[in-house]
Write a protein that binds this ligand. Structure first.
Ligand SMILES: [Fe+2]
Ligand SMILES: [Fe+2]
Length: 271
C-alpha cells in the first residue's frame, strides 16, 4: 500500500491552506518519508492538522533547490537524513518574479543539524524506493526541459536545474513515479526511473509536471499524452505546477487513465 498525504500544495480547502509549493508525506506500507518542505512553515501546521508527527520521520527528500520545495527546510525538526542533488545549493533567480529562488541555507548550516546525503546518482534509500539523482534530458520533445530560474540576478544565464529529481517506487503493478516540479521533463524522469530501477512497467505518476499553459506548451502536452498512452500508465495524480486547464485537457484525451487533482490536506491511496 502506498499512501500520499498531501501536506501542502497550490490548491487549498476550507481546513487546509495552500501555497505555491509542494510537501508530501509518503507511506509505503509501514515506512514513512517526507518529500519536499514547501515554501514556508505551512507544512508544519498542515502536518499537525493531519495528525502526522514530523519528529517521527527520519528521511526527507528535497526534489530540487527551488524556494517552493525547499524554503520550509529551515523549519524541519532537527536530526533528519536529507537526500538531494548537490546542485540544490546553487543561487538562482525566478524569471517570472525576478526574486531569489534558491535554497534557503548554506550546506554547512544544513549539515550541522541534519545528516546530509547529496548524490547525482540514483540511490535506493529503502528497499524498492529510489531517489533518482540527476535526470538526463533524452526524450525528443523534452530535450530543452522546462526551466523557471536563472543563475544570475540579471537573468542572463539559464539554470538547467540539474538538481530536479524525483522518486520511483517499485511495486507489483509497476513503477510509481513522484516528481516535484518536473523541470527536466516527466517523460525524461520516467525513462531515467526505468533504468535506475530496471523495471519497465509504469503504474502511476504523482506530482508537478510544470505544464501550465495549454497554448504555449501544446506540443509538449500532446507528446506527453502520447507517451502516457504508449506506456499504459494507469493513474495520474496531478497538482502543484499543473494548471486546471491542463488537467482538464489530460482528462479529455486520456479516457482510460484515472486522473486525480491534488489538494492540501488530501490523502490518496494506491493499493
Ligand atoms: Fe515547484
Ligand atoms: Fe521548481
Amino acid at each position: 500500500m502506498i499512501r500520499f498525504n498531501i501536506i501542502s500544495e497550490n490548491r487549498e480547502t476550507e481546513l487546509f491552506h495552500g501555497e505555491a509549493g509542494l510537501s508530501i508525506v509518503i507511506d509505503v506500507d509501514d515506512y514513512r518519508f517526507l518529500l519536499d518542505t514547501g515554501y514556508s512553515d505551512l507544512y508544519i501546521i498542515n502536518a499537525m492538522k493531519l495528525g502526522i508527527d514530523l519528529d517521527k520521520i527520519d528521511t526527507a527528500i528535497i526534489t530540487h533547490g527551488h524556494a517552493d520545495h525547499s524554503w520550509g527546510v529551515a523549519y524541519l525538526p532537527k536530526g533528519k537524513t536529507i537526500i538531494m542533488h548537490p546542485s540544490c545549493f546553487k543561487k538562482r533567480w525566478s524569471i517570472r518574479r525576478k526574486i531569489q529562488m534558491g535554497f534557503p541555507l548554506e550546506k554547512e548550516a544544513l549539515s550541522k543539524v541534519h545528516t546530509l546525503i547529496t548524490t547525482t546518482k540514483p540511490l535506493e534509500f529503502k528497499e524498492n524506493i529510489f531517489f533518482l539523482g540527476e535526470i538526463p534530458m533524452i526524450v525528443e520533445h523534452e530535450k530543452n526541459g522546462n526551466f523557471s530560474t536563472m543563475l544570475d540576478e540579471d537573468l542572463k544565464e539559464i539554470d538547467y536545474t540539474e538538481d530536479d529529481s524525483g522518486i520511483a517506487i517499485k511495486t507489483e503493478k509497476g513503477l510509481v513515479i513522484i516528481t516535484g516540479c518536473g523541470h527536466r521533463g516527466i517523460c525524461n524522469t520516467i525513462e531515467h526511473a526505468k533504468k535506475a530501477t530496471e523495471e519497465s512497467k509504469v503504474y502511476a505518476v504523482l506530482g508537478g509536471l510544470h505544464l501550465r499553459n495549454l497554448d504555449k506548451q501544446k506540443d509538449t502536452i500532446d507528446n506527453t499524452i502520447k507517451y502516457f498512452k504508449e506506456n499504459d500508465i494507469k493513474v495520474l495524480y496531478l497538482g502543484h505546477c499543473v494548471s486546471d486547464e491542463v488537467i482538464g485537457y489530460f482528462k479529455e484525451h486520456l479516457n482510460n487513465i484515472e486522473i486525480v487533482s491534488l489538494y492540501s490536506g488530501g490523502i490518496f491511496e494506491l493499493n
